[in-house]
Design a protein around this ligand. Structure first.
Ligand code: GDP
Length: 435
């Protein structure tokens, strides 16, 4: 998926526009509140083209005290990460030195830039956009984040300039695997261990930079691509030390993956950042599993593994479907278990259940435990059908969607899982009216 970055100085309204861009566009995919908050990365679709959007303003750059410096860093980040840049200025305060400075950077990068002028809230302001022609990015697009005007024009301009998606994204036979996790949990070591050769340089220093590479390989007749997020492209960039930036890198890798390996350091246990990233994999509808690495270094008895697994289950209540594997990238202990599980969850992720089987399971579930009544009215399920895979997505047609409660939906999900397994993959359930 191509990436669009929004750049501009503070208070021009970047996050409002970001929210407008990722807004209600993927209604069926995203009409549920996600696990992740503070989004700086989202998905949008317009004119049949899907793309990711990054709000670079949402990435706080520590240690950059002046506004100018920090937006310069954000612009560099956007130039490095994005296929297309939306450069935002605003009509109210007009063209500023900071805008001109950023414009220079963007200009030199040669990346396609769309100039959007925010806060064009009325007719008078519409004339204020002319001075922005001098930036040299062609026609500025007047928008209003608060009124929502001009957003369609902006989206038209974005989709027109977007590069065509690459063919590799559509290769169904390949399982794309992303390894995510904090620095030093052993992601690169794991990549090396899986590939069986020193393809990635491993270092003892936390957060050491390496090249991020996608490595294709084949094992037992199955083709895979490893997406390594450990690597950062250039050493010493200010933004690379910020946590949000590494979360963002992880998000990009997750977007491109089929199966996400959430790598946890067995020596250290689980922290909030692990939860955040895993939550994103769940929200993005990816198959996932937990890999507890460095198990060789853990002092253990016959209960240690169960305890650790219980801890994982407690922390990741929303991902009870994800299998857990304990291994050591160093000694290669139990490493041979990894790829068969990856293959299994990838299959579950694209599993399609025949409508009649699904309806049998749901009718049985309803017979055992009928939907509760609400103010004397009862939910009636007419039929159920699977509308998509990756992740499996089920639509439940009912008399009145407002009568479907979270707990009953959860009950149906558990029954469906009980019958068809779906190990390692989230299931999306949507309730629609049809009598
Ligand atoms: P990354 O930042 O997640 O890619 O982590 P690295 O792969 O660079 O590993 C960080 C450190 O942990 C290195 O010193 C590795 O040698 C060490 N390490 C990685 N896997 C294991 C393991 O299974 N057991 C032990 N004891 N150490 C490991």
């Amino acid at each position: 998926r191509p990436v669009v970055a929004i750049v501009g100085r503070p208070n021009v309204g970047k996050s409002t526009i970001f929210n407008r861009l990722i807004g209600d566009r993927l209604a069926i995919v995203e009409d549920k509140p996600g696990i992740t908050r503070d989004r700086i990365y989202g998905v949008s679709e317009w004119n049949g083209k899907a793309f990711s959007v990054i709000d670079t303003g949402g990435i706080e750059i520590d240690g950059e005290d002046t506004i100018l410096k920090s937006i310069r860093v954000q612009a560099e980040l956007a130039i490095e990460e994005a296929d297309l840049i939306v450069f935002m200025c605003e009509a109210k305060s007009g063209l500023t030195n900071a805008d001109e400075e950023v414009a220079q950077l963007l200009f030199r990068s040669g990346k396609p830039v769309i100039l959007a002028i925010n806060k064009v809230d009325n007719m008078k302001r519409a004339e204020d956009i002319y001075e922005f022609y001098s930036l040299g990015f062609g026609d500025p697009i007047g928008i209003s984040g608060s009124h929502g005007t001009g957003i369609g024009d902006l989206l038209d301009a974005v989709t027109e300039k977007l590069p065509e998606p690459k063919d590799e994204e559509y290769d169904e036979d390949v399982i794309r695997v992303a390894l995510i996790g904090r620095p030093n949990v052993g992601k690169s070591s794991l990549v090396n261990a899986i590939l069986g050769e020193e393809r990635v340089i491993v270092s003892d220093v936390a957060g050491t930079t390496r090249d991020a590479i996608d490595t294709p390989f084949e094992r037992d007749g199955q083709r895979y691509v490893l997406i390594d997020t450990a690597g950062m492209r250039k050493r010493g960039k200010v933004y690379e030390t910020t946590e949000k930036y590494s979360v963002m890198r992880a998000m990009r890798a997750i977007e491109r993956a089929d199966v996400v390996l959430v790598v946890i350091n067995g020596e250290e246990g689980i922290i909030d950042q692990d939860k955040h990233i895993a939550g994103y994999a769940h929200d993005a509808g990816k198959a996932s599993m937990f890999v507890v690495n460095k198990w060789d270094a853990v002092e253990k008895d016959d209960k240690t593994m169960q305890h650790f697994e219980n801890k994982i289950r407690d922390h990741f209540l929303f991902m009870t479907y994800a299998p857990v594997v304990f291994l050591s990238a160093l000694t290669k202990q139990r490493l041979h278990k990894l790829l068969p599980i990856v293959q299994h969850v990838a299959q579950q992720h694209s599993l399609r259940i025949a409508t009649h089987l699904l309806n049998d399971v749901v009718s049985d579930a309803v017979a055992i435990n009928p939907p509760p009544t609400d103010k004397g009215r009862r939910l009636r399920i007419n039929y159920v059908t699977q509308v998509a895979v990756k992740p499996p997505t089920v639509v439940v047609f009912v008399n009145d969607p407002s009568l479907m409660h979270f707990s009953y939906e959860r009950y149906l999900e558990n029954k469906i899982r009980g019958a068809f397994n779906f190990e390692g993959t989230p299931i999306r359930i949507f309730t629609r009216r049809k009598s």
